[in-house]
Write a protein that binds this ligand. Structure first.
Ligand SMILES: NC(=O)c1ccc[n+]([C@@H]2O[C@H](COP(=O)([O-])OP(=O)(O)OC[C@H]3O[C@@H](n4cnc5c(N)ncnc54)[C@H](OP(=O)(O)O)[C@@H]3O)[C@@H](O)[C@H]2O)c1
Length: 139
């Protein structure tokens, strides 16, 4: 089901991780983005092209520590750590959204009173995109 969702967002080619291991398909990529913590450098390095980049969204201390070592010993790079908060980046995202190139995926909405239920749902690890908390305004 998520395969169709990702395709609808504009992906030309989608790999279903439950059916295919991207590290075993013989392909190499310029950039790999690990958003859920299942593709550390040790697993992904053979699937990166020369000068390829692994972007680790959930980077912990081990990922941060290996950044200088990978840079010194390989043409590949690991990018991890907190992102800079820059107004120009937000403006760029807003511009993409205005043009319809960036389509945020909203899975469910919960009123503020049900924030515990919202957390329970997010904690399942199965949400698709974002869960939104709505706040009521006085008329
Ligand atoms: N969202 C944020 O703003 C944010 C900010 C900072 C940090 N984080 C952290 O980043 C992590 C990811 O957050 P998230 O918002 O993306 O929620 P999430 O609950 O980790 O992501 C759930 C989604 O990831 C998919 N998924 C799970 N394992 C996968 C895999 N091996 N390959 C591809 N897709 C996989 C699931 O699809 P299936 O149901 O098909 O498995 C589901 O659609 C969390 O640990 C969170 O704490 C999130």
């Amino acid at each position: 089901m998520n395969v169709e969702l990702v395709r609808s967002l504009g992906a030309d080619h989608v790999i279903d991780y439950t059916a295919e291991d991207f590290t075993q398909n013989g392909e190499a990529y310029d950039v790999i983005v690990d958003t859920v913590g299942t593709a550390p450098f040790s697993r992904s390095k053979a699937s990166l092209k020369e000068r390829g980049r692994l972007l680790v969204v959930l980077g912990g201390l081990p990922d941060m520590l290996q950044i200088p070592w990978v840079s010194m010993t390989s043409t590949k790079k690991v990018i991890a750590g907190p992102a800079a908060e820059r107004a120009q980046d937000l403006l760029f995202l807003a511009e993409l959204a205005e043009k319809g190139h960036f389509k945020p995926v909203i899975d469910r909405r919960y009123p503020f009173e049900q924030i515990a239920e919202a957390h329970h749902y997010v904690d399942t690890g199965r949400k698709k995109g974002n869960v939104v908390i709505t706040l009521a305004h006085d008329a």
